[in-house]
Structures are given as C-alpha cells and as structure tokens.
Design a protein around this ligand. Sequence first.
Ligand code: HEM
Length: 242
Amino acid sequence: MSNTMRMPPSKHLQLPFRSINLSVSPTQSTTGDGDGSKTEDIFAAGIDTSASTIEWALSEMVRNPRVMAKAQAEIREAFRGKQRIHESDLDQLSYLKLVIKETLRLHVPLPLIPRECTEKCMIGGYEIGVGTRVMVNAWAIARDPEYWHDAERFMPERFDGNCPIDFRGNSFEYLPFGGGRRICPGITFSLASIMFPLALLLYHFNWELPNAMKPEDLDMTEHFGLAIERKNDLCLIPTLVL
Ligand code: HEM
C-alpha cells in the first residue's frame, strides 16, 4: 500500500449489484443481459471522455507548473532530437502516465456508474431492494479524504513506486473506467489517444496563461454533460520550442 493513502473497505462495488448499460441509445435494452454496444455508443463513450481528459490534464499542469516542468523534462529527454514521435516511444514516459492517472482521479469523465441491485442489501442505513437502480459515484469516491491523502491536491506522485492502485476495476477507490463485467472496453485505446497528443503538445510547445494570470486563478469549474468537461474553454498561449 502506498504511504499516501489507505485502501477502502471495498464497500462500493462488492455489493450485490450487476452492471447495466450506459447506452444512451433508445433502442437498446438497459438490463445488461448480454446486449452489446453499438458503434454510436463506442464513439459517444470514446470521444468526449478522452478529449476532456487531455484538457483537464493540461489545466492541472498549468495550475501546477512543477508538474508541467517535470513532464516536459521527461518527454524532451526521451524524444531528444526526434522529429517524428511514434506510439511505441510513449512507453518511456512513466511520469506522464502518472499525470494521466492523477487527472483521471480528480476529473473522472463519467462520474456515475449505473448498477442494478441483485440482492436485498443495506447502504448507509437504507434497505435497497432487488432490481433497484443505484449509481456508484466514482467522482466522489476518487476525492474522498477517507481514501486519499490531500484528496483535492493534484499530485501525480501519489501513484508512484509501490502504489498498487490501478484503473482496471480492482481498486474500489479509483474507478475512472468502472469495474466488473461492463468495465470500459476502451481503456487501452483511450490511454494511447490521451497520451499521444498530450506528449506532443508538451514536447513541441511551452504553455502560458494569458494576461499575466496566476496559475491558481485558472477557473476549474466543471460542466456536467456526456462527460464532465471544463465549463469554460481553456485558453493558453503556446510557444513553439522544437
Ligand atoms: C478517458 C477515457 C474513458 C473513460 C474514463 C471511460 C469510462 C467508462 C466507464 C466508467 C464506463 C462504464 C463502465 C462500467 O459500467 O463499469 C465505460 C463504458 C464503455 N466505454 Fe469507456 N471510457 C473511456 C474511453 C473509451 C473509449 C476510447 C472507448 C471506445 C473506443 C470506450 C468505449 C466504451 C464502451 C463501448 C462502454 C460500454 C461497455 C458496456 O456497457 O459493456 N470508452 N467507459
């Protein structure tokens, strides 16, 4: 276990819940009884989530210049002299992976994971009947100070070293991709499609806030839509460096 956090009592997804479909398509069943995802669901689930993660990662790095400098130093060292970056080069970027993990903790793109109760159980003193729909609030769990040290702080290092917490659905305090039978099937693809553009943006440009704005003044208000996005556009000044 990491020295910066405690494991939770695994109380959320070990309850007798079964997965139900996240689909927004009116033609699709919401029972989760083996129905597959349609092409439009894959686009809907894959585009906004990855795009907003890139935007939040940049926002957090602008607010935390130390993290930005460390990520850029790693990328520029790894890619030194290269004109073309390939996906296989991304493996070397261990710190950037931590930045993305921490971004997915503080900015869980899909905050509410729907489930259906399969057995009567008690939650917070309330009896939950069979068939009741419940929402696992992955956003709130990922910011819960009971599980996370200095929970509101952007600190990629919390995932460093021996930290066993991962997003494959086994760490119940960290569920950006959900968990269980209906865990996001796009994890590998989404990580590549977040990491690649982010690495290029950090490799080729330096980023500054406009109008001498201070990092701590950057507005981080969220807008709850298909994914949790920035309410206001992120406006930064890029300077080409390489
Ligand atoms: C940062 C990026 C992404 C995040 C945070 C994310 C998160 C999630 C979450 C929380 C679920 C529900 C899981 C559950 O019920 O346990 C889900 C489902 C799904 N995701 Fe993702 N996702 C991302 C990217 C993608 C991408 C890139 C694709 C496809 C290319 C994709 C395809 C899907 C599909 C098809 C489902 C429905 C799976 C099912 O109901 O069986 N996602 N995603």
